[in-house]
Ligand binder design. Structure first.
Ligand code: FAD
Length: 642
């Protein structure tokens, strides 16, 4: 095998979205020489697509808002399965992270008296989302990028080299975390343009690769969301937590087919948009679950009054947490009250003047005009659920973001599990990225400073290179096993399987069928073959991504089959209720070798094992923030007693 170029860094951050960039800034500011790697162009991460805003209890729009209220809303949204310490840190630190962004140059929309404006979103008791129109993620990434450039200029002044302490490797894909014994030793990857391999050695690696949506057919996620970081952690020996919880956002576009799944931001409902069925009925009033009954309006009149007088009226049910709204839409369509293209109607045109719609929701206006030829100032949108976000992820320590079981590995952002429990509230991702990106970067730098360094063994690099090159020699592999497989066909079959059998409403026989199909695909994917060369070869890239999507999908399906209740993003038709006994159960997936050999790092021979774990009891002072009557709905008797 030809020698692979190696570089040495203190901290390597995989991913340049909000979490990765915030981690990199922190690591560099704490003195660590930091490399950031991203699959796409610098500045093009998924975070850019975030529209509605960033949730933080700054109390600008309602003086009653506090971190305690935000914590409560987050726990309720996650149906109390959240890693409560993460939810606490998140609620406490989010305002500082937003203010910090402003000091770094972010330009948020303002209130009339000049403060950062905050808008309503589902599940948040008060208007809490700081925003920049409906392009908040773009501004967040722009600001973090600008901060990175500022740090590089500072480094240039001191060392004569812009990249001496902070370097971005763009359009590079990491395919393996390298190890030094049990500890992290660095990463192996390839440059997408040239196909050249590289190794960055580092004692600390932060995974910040985002989500998994590209395993599903209808999704709001971009091509980058192939679950790479989840799989990298699994292959490196770290467990994944509660992977059954996948969020189906209630409002994706449903027409035309080429844009099916593209997100329609929740801000549309936050700013007054309402959902109607084909009879013209505002149906969400029929779907308020018991646990939320006291907090949501019972009549249209009360719901409409709430927009002007939130203190004396209850919220419209269109602003229930996403899992509730997605299920309601699904039911309406199933009952035959859907829109012509299989969704329901989302209307702002009768609720706001055209110029207000264009000002507050400019991207939505253009999105519908250009992609669907619909003028949302004059007619209703057609919307339906779309796979949007994964709550499950790498199991991490709440304070330090250290991945469990692999010293030197850290995770932040959508790839990390725990923070959102069984369902994420809108706006809580952008704040999560900043709060835990900063923590991951800081603790990774601290860890790296104390770590001893050993060069990664040549055999590991050779084996990572051989694995990456495998699709070019699929023809010669296992000649009896059949012809090479087309990666695009495998991907389509995977997406269809996950969509149809492990989607928004789940049933045991279908998930068992999905697991059989996934096992078949895992074997066939070993023969995923590509032609041509290594220079920008998308078929090859997909063949490598398939390994990740298949591993992660199996975790989702196994955990979903195991959890015999409905909670948050996980809805079982055969177990339709939330079961208090499951509140204290986490499901952890690991890749293991049943024979005790080396297959635990092998994506084909390794086996996904599922382990039940009892959650840590919620700290009493945090429990005291809730009324006992409410806790009874979620917590088992023994938890209440304790
Ligand atoms: P990302 O921003 O996705 O970054 C991941 C990075 O990892 C990228 O740089 C990618 O190139 C890199 N990467 C991935 N795999 C590899 C690999 N193998 N090697 C190297 N690099 C790799 N949340 C909110 O809070 N508010 C909102 O208003 C909101 N709106 C949204 C709108 C849309 C349309 C969508 C899809 C999501 C929205 N979300 C919102 C969710 C939120 O945007 C995401 O959860 C969040 O941006 C994820 O950030 P991240 O830093 O974890 O990952």
């Amino acid at each position: 095998m030809a020698a692979v170029e190696r570089q040495q860094w203190d901290v390597v951050v995989v991913g340049a979205g909000g979490a990765g960039l915030r981690a990199a800034i922190e690591a560099r500011e704490r003195g660590a020489r930091t490399a950031v790697i991203c699959k796409s162009l610098f500045g093009k991460a998924h975070t850019v697509m975030a529209e509605g805003g960033i949730a933080a209890a700054m109390a600008n729009a309602n003086p009653h808002d506090t971190w305690q209220v935000h914590f409560r809303d987050t726990m309720r949204g996650g149906k109390f399965l959240n890693q409560w310490r993460m939810a606490e840190l998140h609620a406490q630190e989010a305002p500082d992270r937003v203010w910090e962004l402003e000091t770094w140059g972010a330009l948020f929309d303002r209130t009339k008296d000049g403060r950062i404006s905050q808008r309503n979103f589902g599940g948040h008791e008060y208007p809490r989302l700081a925003h920049v129109g409906d392009r908040t993620g773009l501004e967040l990434i722009r600001t973090l990028q600008q901060k990175i450039v500022a740090l590089q200029q500072e480094d240039h002044r001191e060392t004569g080299d812009y990249e001496s302490r902070l370097k971005v490797f763009q359009e590079c894909t990491v395919t393996r975390i390298l190890k030094d014994g049990d500890r992290v030793g660095g990463v192996f990857g390839y440059v997408r343009e040239s196909g050249r391999f590289f190794v960055l050695e580092a004692p600390a690696v932060v995974i910040a690769t985002g989500g998994i949506g590209k395993s599903f057919k209808v999704t709001s996620n971009s091509w980058e969301y192939t679950g790479d970081g989840h799989a990298l952690a699994l292959l490196a020996g770290a467990p994944l937590l509660n992977m059954e919880f996948v969020q189906f956002h209630p409002t994706g576009m449903v027409w035309p087919p080429s844009v099916k799944g593209i997100l329609v931001t929740e801000s549309v409902r936050g700013d007054g948009g309402v959902l109607r069925n084909s009879d013209g009925k505002r149906f969400m009033f029929d779907y308020i679950p018991d646990v939320f009954k006291e907090k949501y309006a019972e009549t249209e009149e009360e719901a409409d009054r709430w927009y002007d007088d939130p203190d004396d009226n209850r919220r419209p049910p269109e602003l229930l947490p996403r899992d509730e709204v997605a299920r309601a839409i699904n039911s309406e369509v199933k009952e035959g009250r859907g829109s012509p293209h299989g969704g329901v109607f989302l209307d702002v045109s009768t609720r706001m003047p055209a110029e207000v719609i264009k000002r507050r929701l400019p991207s939505m206006y253009h999105q519908f005009k250009e992609l669907a030829d619909v003028d949302i100032t004059a007619e209703a949108m057609e919307v339906g659920p779309t796979c949007h976000y994964v709550m499950g992820g790498i199991a991490v320590d709440s304070d330090t973001a250290a991945a469990r079981g692999v010293p030197g590995l850290f995770a932040a952002g959508e790839v990390a599990g725990g923070m959102h429990g069984s369902n994420r509230l809108g706006g809580n991702s952008l704040s999560d990225l900043l709060v835990f990106g900063r923590r991951a970067g800081g603790y990774a730098a601290e860890y790296a400073a104390a770590a001893t360094r050993v060069p990664v063994a040549e055999e590991q690099v050779d084996s990572a290179a051989a694995e990456a090159l495998r699709p070019f020699s699929a023809e010669g592999l296992e000649p009896d096993a059949g012809p090479p497989e087309n990666p695009y066909t495998l991907h389509q079959e995977l997406q269809q399987t996950m969509n149809d059998l492990v989607g928004i409403i789940r049933r045991a026989p279908e998930m068992e069928q999905a697991l059989e199909k996934l096992a078949e695909l895992r074997t066939r994917a070993r023969r995923a073959g590509v032609e041509g060369h290594r220079q920008f070869n998308p078929g090859w890239h997909l063949a490598l991504d398939l390994r990740n999507m298949l591993l992660v999908s199996e975790c989702v399906a196994r955990a979903a089959l195991e959890r015999t209740e409905s909670r948050g993003g996980h809805t079982r038709e055969d177990f339709p209720s939330m079961d208090r006994a499951w509140r204290s159960v986490n499901l952890l997936c690991r890749l293991t070798d049943p024979t005790g050999g080396l297959a635990a790092t092998d994506p084909v021979r390794g086996q996904i094992d599922l382990v039940r774990e009892t959650t840590e009891p919620i700290r009493p002072d945090l429990l005291a923030l809730f009324e006992k009557e409410e806790l009874v709905k979620y917590l088992a008797d023994e938890e209440l007693y304790e």
